[in-house]
Write a protein that binds this ligand. Structure first.
Ligand code: TPP
Length: 698
């Protein structure tokens, strides 16, 4: 093997060693929790040194030496260690070695969270995106791509990029990792899963945690190749990674590399190895230190001991200077604390024609379908996938009907039942400039995927300082009607409203749904579209208003704009006899129907989006009437509706003539199936009529 590569690796091993030592010597300064790569350097350098700028990698928190191998300067890494303002990855917001980067001439890195194993899904999504682009380009006759589109897609895949997803062995037992493996195996994606097996997951030993190692486990995923290597031997590791990278680059297929490594440092600066690792274990691991092993090899190849000593000394001195510089660097500006939660969204005004002169009425489900069809015609980067949305039935609500026939199975397809993958994979696609509509079949089944939404998607823009906002739309059929039962009727808007960093819409009619879907598509941020199943076809009595004239294709309705859908008379307002109802989704229809009993006395505001929320409209309406009912389909206690009522109370206190009233479902764990029980639990038109009466009489 080329001596220069060995010498380069040796130098970087000495860099990593000097870094670990200086951090340990300066523990009071290095106060934020951190891990080092000590013991894992050989396999990590073998990986970092061989990637191209067009490749993507997700290093985990111990992959410091991968970063060194890819050319990152220790000073820059130390800025993150010390959470300094110039930390090029997260601006002082995240732990050491949680990188992300779009830097030119370096492999790219999407947002890295600390949640073990959760990188598997987003990172596999990148490989899914590469494959999609390659297919798109190979079928240009079917897909009319403009020259610009062709050029930009070609630029992404021209060097046959690979994706590397790194893990500690302990994280392979996470369920989401299997979802990613399954998808990569099934679709044959160009990805390398690199497992660094040091036998420990904090204090959990491998024999306590698993019945097989990652190399054995992956054999069950047909179609994923596998290699195993002594990850403490640089030459062997380099050859293994060269093979793996070549295999994926040329064959566009997945592979797993299982590298055994010693763990020489502490688990983290805060969890010390002496606490739980016996002396003989520490001695065993120390024998495999990659540095001395490589030194021995270099001596055998005729490199002098003094040359190697000089390298070690030079790196020690270099690192001391780098550390000093990093210590002196400024802290972040506290005024920047709220920056980058969302990427700038250019859709701020309602545009296009909402009610074309000769337009026809549509049901909500068709308005959504048409919105997506119009977008897919215009945007080759637009995909749609989820359970049962593919060609055979086009969605269990027919909400994707005919799309696969029109746009092909690469763009509209069925997935397995794997909500985490469905949701989290959009992160990888978004990094490449692709834009997915994805769907979970019922709101009740968002829970297996909620982790990706919270842990990865919602934090990506904020923690990458705006480098990786996630542009995606998650469609979620929601709500109760007609005995749907406990697992097909649930409401989830409070859960979603509690996730900072995502936007949430809950339209009540076809025109709004179509306009909001367009806005969601053009928003560079993550959006959840809640679509009430009972309104899809206006089958529920009293919901005819959910059908509207279909807006033109150019119609876009921005988020954060509520609408007054029923007004009180001026006279009633002047006489102090009026009130307003603030609501959304099915609540809009209950409110409008109930208000018929009190003609001219009730204004109804449809907020249309949960976040952003049109507080200006809400507060001004409440102040005009002095009485307000907040109405929701959700169980009331600790809900989004209660929080909104609280804010109304705070802002409108001096104009209120009665306490803000709230009405929602009973506080039960689930919506029971029998329709009598269902009606007993949920708000109904009658219950709303009664609440209006009470409030007006207050
Ligand atoms: C989802 C999740 N659960 C728990 C933790 C806490 N935790 C941090 S590291 C770790 C052990 C990981 O072991 P392994 O993947 O083998 O990596 P190693 O640290 O040994 O390199 C645990 C349990 C976490 N970060 N994320």
């Amino acid at each position: 093997m080329d001596k220069n590569i060995l010498l380069r690796a040796y130098r970087l091993m000495m860099t990593a060693k000097a870094m670990a030592e200086i951090y340990e010597e300066n523990r009071p300064i290095c106060k934020y929790v951190h891990s080092t790569s000590r013991g894992h350097e050989a396999i990590q350098l073998a990986t970092g040194l061989q990637l191209k700028p067009s490749d993507y990698i997700s290093p985990y928190y111990r992959d410091e030496s991968i970063m060194l191998g890819m050319g990152w300067r220790p000073y820059e890494m130390m800025l993150q260690l010390l959470a300094k303002g110039d930390d090029p990855f997260t601006g002082g917001r995240e732990y050491y070695n949680h990188p992300n980067s779009r830097r030119e001439n370096y492999p790219k890195i999407i947002h890295q969270s600390s949640a073990t194993g959760m990188q598997a899904v987003p990172t596999t999504g990148i490989a899914q995106g590469f494959q999609y682009i390659e297919k798109l380009l190979s079928k240009t006759s079917e897909t009319a791509l403009s020259e610009d589109e062709k050029d930009s897609f070609q630029a992404i895949v021209k060097d046959k990029p690979v994706v590397v997803c790194c893990f500690g062995d302990g994280s392979i037992t996470e369920g989401e990792v299997s979802e990613a493996f399954q998808f990569a195996a099934l679709k044959q994606l160009p990805i390398i899963y690199l497992v660094e097996d040091n036998d420990w997951g904090i204090s959990v030993s491998s024999d306590e945690a698993r019945s097989m190692n990652a190399y054995e486990f992956i054999a069950g995923f047909k179609g994923i190749e596998r290699l195993q290597v002594d990850g403490s031997d640089f030459e062997k590791s380099y050859a293994c990674m060269e093979n793996a990278i070549h295999y994926v680059r040329e064959n566009r297929k997945p592979i797993l590399v299982h590298a055994t490594v010693p763990l020489l440092g502490h688990h983290t600066s805060g969890v010390r190895k002496e606490w739980y690792r016996p002396e003989d274990d520490l001695t065993k691991h120390a024998k495999d230190d990659p540095g001395p092993k490589l030194r021995k090899k270099l001596l055998e190849k005729g490199v002098s001991a003094s040359e190697l000593d000089t390298i070690e000394q030079e790196e020690k001195e270099f690192i001391a200077k780098e550390f000093q510089l990093a210590v002196e660097a400024p802290d972040p500006n506290p005024l920047s604390v709220s920056d980058f939660v969302f990427a700038e969204n250019l859709i701020t005004e309602e545009v296009g024609c909402r009610t074309p002169a000769h337009g026809e009425k549509v049901v909500m489900v068709d308005a959504a379908l048409h919105a997506i069809e119009e977008l897919m015609r215009k945007h080759p980067e637009c995909l749609f996938y989820g359970q049962d949305v593919g060609r055979r039935i086009g969605g269990v609500f027919r909400e994707a009907a005919t799309l696969a026939e029109k746009f092909g199975d690469d763009r509209v397809f069925n997935t397995a039942i794997q909500e985490a993958y469905i949701i989290g994979s959009t992160i990888g696609l978004s990094a490449l400039g692709l834009k997915a509509f994805v769907e979970v079949q019922f709101a009740d089944y968002i829970y297996p995927g909620i982790n990706q939404l919270v842990t990865e998607i919602s934090k990506s823009s904020y923690l990458t300082c705006g480098k990786f906002p996630v542009s995606m739309v998650l469609r979620v059929p929601i709500g109760a009607y007609g005995g749907g039962g406990p697992y097909h009727s649930g409401s989830i808007e409070s859960l979603l409203a509690n996730i900072k960093g995502i936007k949430v819409a809950y339209p009540s009619n076809a025109a709004d749904l179509k306009g909001l879907l367009k806005a969601a598509y053009y928003d560079p941020n993550p959006v959840v579209m809640l679509e009430h199943k009972g309104l899809y076809w206006s089958k529920v009595p009293g919901t005819d208003d959910a059908k509207t004239i279909e807006p033109d294709a150019d119609y876009i309705l921005p988020f954060g704009k509520g609408l007054s859908v029923l007004q009180a008379t001026d006279e009633a307002i002047e006489n102090g006899e009026s009130m307003c109802i603030i609501t959304y989704g099915m609540g809009v229809h209950w409110a409008k129907n109930a208000a018929q009993q009190y003609p001219g006395l009730v204004e109804v505001i449809d907020i249309r989006t949960i976040f952003p929320l049109d507080e200006a409209l809400i507060f001004s309406t409440v102040k005009r009437h002095g009485k307000c009912l907040v109405l929701t389909e959700e169980q009331l206690r600790n809900s989004f509706a209660e929080a909104m009522a609280c804010r109304i109370q705070q802002d409108c206190f001096y104009q209120l003539d009665a306490p803000v009233k709230t009405l929602g479902a009973l506080n039960l764990p689930a919506v029971p199936m029998n329709t009598i029980l269902e009606a007993a639990m949920l708000p109904t038109v009658e219950k709303v009529e009664q609440a209006i009466g009470e409030l007006l009489a207050f």
